[in-house]
Design a binder for this molecule. Structure first.
Ligand SMILES: [Mn+2]
Length: 439
């Protein structure tokens, strides 16, 4: 039985005093770098203060399934000390947030994260400064207690009873989310076909739209429904919701509370993702965002490790949408890291991802939007490109570190995590064979 008074092991490994003490030893170097950068940017008429404040305010949530090792269908190599319950996942998120100052929310996945007492879970998270972001339903695999299989689809299934079961699961997930204080449901469907002739495309879409309509009717008025698309996998010939166009069509049919969720890994190679972002943000239909890195497809690698310039261009579209008069909701997006850690320590990887995200956000914040607009209006192609590249080539890491420092987090989280031997302590507490739930 879970008792809220029990201190989780990860919380005993770090304290605000310890973080402050470690920061003190790094402060002189950090401030030297910051002042140097401040001088360089001041000559370009860029004030670092508003940039640092925006970085401080930016929060990206952690998916519960990314706190343990992921794996592929070939195998999984657990790292040890993985969280065994929702409470331990919340404790790890809280630990991460203490170190980064930028991860104040967790995103749960049902039924991977179930509890007998959600109000106690909510209290526990609240006591550790963690909120609940969008909650995820799961009808892409079968669960022990369910009657019907999702082998041939869920919300798009040919049989009404299977669709009913999937609809009810989504409503149940909303019920759980309400108890936790979540405000959005994320639906991603594995539905589709592996072979030509297997599905009637038109009917599969219509059945999906009807099922989503029922879930939408159940949605509380202050909630959002986030529809995530993916071009392939697990079905390789056709996915029922393969692209942003289909997701947008569904959202428009459903109503204002339905939004499109963009996952960086859910595009075919070389897709112009920043243009998709601009289009959705411009019409106020960009509701959620999943960060990860992609080499070939949905690889779920560390954000920014491979294509930082693309991530920067995406942030530029978001910053530009917030800056412009477009009917955008870009300032109200559910940000989440959606990654799978097969070779790295999950907490270290989440720190790297958060850093990568903030660096590209900072780069985008350095852009003179007015000047860029002028160059675009005048068809000054070279100058427009130069504006973007000049911003991207600034080393903004001191700004990101300063945002963390002001948020009372670590100037250097990764070094702190290692110096404190936090993973070793987690292994000691939870065991070398502990495995987080998830894929
Ligand atoms: Mn995703």
């Amino acid at each position: 039985m879970f008792t809220p008074k029990t201190k989780q092991p990860s919380e005993m490994m770090t304290t605000p005093e310890l973080i402050a003490q470690t920061n003190q030893s790094l402060l002189a170097d950090h401030q030297h770098q910051l002042y140097h950068l401040q001088e360089i940017l001041a000559k370009k008429q860029i004030d670092i203060e508003p940039v640092i404040q925006k970085l401080q305010a930016f929060q990206v949530s952690v998916p519960s399934w990314a706190l343990g090792t992921g794996g592929t269908r070939f195998g999984r190599f657990p790292i040890g000390g993985e969280p065994r319950s929702i409470e331990e996942k919340i404790a790890d998120t809280s630990l991460l947030h203490q170190l980064t100052g930028s991860n104040n929310a967790i995103s749960l996945h049902i039924p991977w994260d179930t509890s007998l007492d959600y109000s106690a879970v909510r209290q526990f998270a609240h006591s550790r400064g963690i909120k609940f972001d969008a909650i995820n339903s799961n009808t892409f695999q079968d669960h022990p207690q369910q009657v019907y299989s999702y082998k041939y689809g869920s919300l798009s299934h040919t049989k009404a009873e299977v669709r009913r079961q999937a609809i009810e699961h989504n409503c149940e997930v909303i019920n759980i989310g309400q108890q936790l204080g979540s405000k959005a449901l994320t639906t991603w469907l594995g539905d589709g076909a592996n072979f030509p002739g297997q599905n009637n495309f038109r009917k599969a879409y219509e059945r999906t739209a009807e099922s989503l309509q029922e879930i939408y009717r159940y949605l509380p008025t202050h909630w959002q429904m986030l529809i995530e698309y993916k071009p392939y996998e697990p079905n390789f010939y056709s996915m029922v919701i393969p692209d942003w166009g289909t997701a947008l069509l569904l959202a428009q049919q459903l109503g204002d509370q339905a939004q499109v969720l963009v996952d960086l890994g859910h595009h075919l190679p070389n897709t112009n993702i920043e243009q998709i972002i601009a289009r959705l943000a411009g019409i106020g239909r960009l509701g959620g965002f999943h960060f990860n890195g992609s080499s070939y497809g949905d690889d779920d690698l560390t954000t920014g490790a491979l294509k930082p310039y693309r991530l920067f261009l995406i942030f530029q579209e978001l910053v530009n949408a917030m800056w412009s008069d477009a009917p955008t909701n870009a300032s109200d997006i559910a940000w989440m890291i959606d990654a799978s850690h097969n070779t790295k320590d999950p907490i270290e990887d989440l720190m790297q991802a958060t850093e990568g995200i903030l660096i590209e956000y900072a780069h985008a914040l350095l852009i003179d939007q007015k000047m860029l607009e002028y160059m675009q209006e005048e068809n000054e192609v070279v100058q427009a490109q130069e504006i973007l590249q000049a911003a991207f080539r600034v080393d903004v890491r001191p700004l990101v570190a300063e945002a963390r420092f002001r948020n009372k987090a670590c100037i250097d989280p990764l070094t702190f995590f290692r110096a404190q031997r936090i993973r070793a302590a987690l292994i000691e507490k939870r065991g070398v064979a502990s495995r987080a739930t998830g894929l």
